[in-house]
Ligand binder design. Structure first.
Ligand SMILES: [Zn+2]
Length: 217
């Protein structure tokens, strides 16, 4: 008698279990859907030429805050002639100890040989463009000298990467590819602030690259 009572008390209605499982799966699915909807940069497959070298999450250069909107690409110059993409990536990583008291980073750095290093994932904000950190992807570009002009191989890669971002996130190169200068007035990227015609040419080259990508089979 006692055994029967105990077992009946422990018996769980299979329908209840099924209901709970269904509810849990629905909640997980809903959360996954919501996450995907919230972050345009999630699940994006990067071009082959991008080397992922993420900097550690830290207060100074990778806060880990979600990038909820991608409404533009911001072009910068590193301002440190002759330095490589890896050197600039390592500089951002080195800020993490707080000794410099500097907040700075970028999603990508395009190097002197056309190499590209990714420092911050597209699902998170970088510290590059003040109030537009919350809705833009940033690209720092290396340059050989003080003029800040990009070498041809670097320029071409910056155009290619920007065009890829425009296509991926449905951005208009005419209005949504901007300079750091356009947001804060900082002379960055220097050569392309001092030579507005060179900036117009950059955006025109991005437009042409987007069109070429769209015509690919
Ligand atoms: Zn800048």
């Amino acid at each position: 008698m006692a055994r029967t009572r105990r077992s009946s008390r422990r018996r769980v209605n299979p329908r209840f279990v099924a209901l709970c499982l269904t509810a849990a799966l629905a909640a997980a699915g809903g959360a996954a859907w919501w996450f995907h909807q919230e972050l345009p940069g999630s699940g994006v497959e990067l071009p082959d030429y991008v080397e992922e070298q993420l900097i550690p999450v830290n207060e100074w250069s990778r806060p880990g805050d979600e990038l909820k909107d991608i409404r533009g690409v911001v072009i910068h110059y590193v301002g440190n002639p002759g330095t490589t993409a890896h050197a600039n990536r390592n500089y951002f990583a080195s800020l993490s100890n707080g000794a410099e008291g500097t907040y700075a980073s970028s999603h990508f750095v395009v190097g002197l040989e056309g190499e590209v290093v990714q420092c911050v994932p597209l699902t998170e904000i970088a510290y590059a463009t003040k109030e537009r950190n919350v809705d833009t992807v940033s690209i720092e570009v290396c340059h050989p000298d003080d003029t800040g002009e990009f070498s041809q191989v670097t320029y071409d890669r910056a155009v290619e990467l920007t065009a890829w971002l425009c296509r991926e996130f449905r951005l208009d190169p005419e209005t949504e590819v901007i300079r750091h200068y356009d947001v804060t007035g900082k002379i960055c990227p220097k050569y392309y602030v001092e030579h507005p015609e060179a900036w117009d040419a950059f955006r025109a080259d991005v437009s042409a690259a987007v069109k070429a990508m769209e015509e690919e089979p």
